[in-house]
Design a protein around this ligand. Structure first.
Ligand code: NAD
Length: 338
């Protein structure tokens, strides 16, 4: 089986090399087709951030494992990440936030386990980037929420919740203010809920949801939201389990799926070999499960968890009285534990 791999920008190549080395050490039966995609490809003159060969290869292989990518600043350039999600209609962004032993947080110290899955609509909302100046002093942004777009992500969320025997599925929204757009999303949520009578389905207004997630995170299981709200709430959930270094994500489409970490290119630490590869590794483990490589996924996950429990950590987390290791050393410890 062959997958497309794009190392990305900033810390991308460092963490991708670490993860692929772990996969190779675990003899994961995958071949890797490295594709040209990222800020440096914009700089080569491709205004969608990927070469034609990269696009063709990803479309043939159906799976893209990607590092974080930077969009060049300035008007007229669309985010490469948004372009990729739209080009391949990866309509659902699934982000799993779980307590990891060895990663201390206020909740783990209080013995409160966290296991929250955020499903974020991935294509619509304000991410169309349809904005303009109405007058010199007035900027206008348009927000699209459609019934088909909402139905497909909500259906995905319910089906995934059913398969994982979720206790509860919650819709986060702001339909009290955005009565038409978020109102439509909420209406779709309860329409799909009728097909899943065994699942406890409810809704919470997004600001209240943020407060409740921080106060009692273990009350939540699967939460589905529109694009922008899902983006913000999932970073909040990353904070609950130790930060962006532990937040994996899967962009799910019917034909192409993209697996990547939630975090960005971390320009402040790029090139120093100190980034935490865990989020990308967890995204890779999700990808292996998606591909049916369940034993390899479990083997690598166990090695990662054992490494974290040993107290081995990069500088962004863990016991500060124990000196941190660098990205390569962290990956090598996982390899030794496989
Ligand atoms: P960021 O996630 O890159 O960094 C935020 C903070 O978290 C920084 O202090 C960084 O050092 C730290 N951090 C992030 N990942 C880390 C890791 N693996 N290990 C240790 N520390 C880590 O967010 P930002 O600074 O807002 O964005 C930087 C760039 O990344 C921007 O160009 C943005 O557009 C891009 N970005 C890309 C993606 C993606 O490719 N999916 C997602 C988010 C941001």
């Amino acid at each position: 089986m062959k997958i497309a791999v794009a190392k990305g920008d900033g810390i991308g190549p460092e963490i991708m090399d670490a993860v692929i080395n772990i996969f190779k050490a675990a003899a994961v039966p995958l071949e890797y087709a490295y594709v040209e995609m990222g800020k440096w490809v914009f700089d080569k003159g491709f205004n969608n951030g990927m070469t034609d060969e990269a696009k063709k290869s990803i479309e043939e292989l159906g799976i893209l494992f990607k590092g974080p990518m930077e969009t060049p600043k300035g008007k007229g350039v669309k985010s490469i990440n948004v372009t990729a999600r739209k080009t391949w209609n990866t309509y659902a962004n699934k982000r799993v936030f779980q307590t990891l032993h060895g990663v201390d947080t206020v909740f783990s110290k209080a013995g409160i386990p966290i296991d929250i899955t955020i499903v974020r609509e991935n294509i619509e909302d304000t991410y169309g980037g349809i904005e303009h100046m109405l007058t010199h002093d007035v900027a206008l942004s348009r927000r699209f929420i459609t019934r088909p777009g909402s139905m497909q992500v909500i259906r995905y969320a319910f089906e995934m919740a059913r398969q994982k025997n979720a206790r509860r599925i919650t819709c986060g929204h702001k339909a009290n203010i955005m009565k038409i757009t978020d109102g439509l999303f909420l209406e779709c949520f309860y329409e799909v809920a009728k097909e899943y009578p065994a699942l406890k389905a409810d809704d919470v207004i997004v600001d209240d949801l943020c407060m409740k997630l921080v106060v009692q995170p273990n009350n939540f299981d699967v939460v589905v939201l529109t694009n922008l709200q899902g983006d913000i709430v999932s970073d909040l959930c990353a904070g609950l389990v130790g930060g962006l270094g532990f937040a994996p994500s899967a962009n799910i489409g019917d034909h192409i799926c993209i697996f990547e970490a939630v975090h960005g290119t971390a320009p402040d630490i790029a090139g120093k070999n100190i980034a935490n590869p865990t989020a990308l590794l967890l995204s890779g483990i999700t990808m292996l499960r998606h591909l049916g490589l369940l034993e390899k996924a479990a083997q690598i996950e166990n090695a990662l968890l054992y490494t974290l429990e040993q107290g081995v950590h990069t500088g962004d987390f863990g016991n500060t009285s124990v000196p941190p290791v660098n990205t390569t050393e962290f990956a090598n410890t996982i390899i030794a534990n496989i």
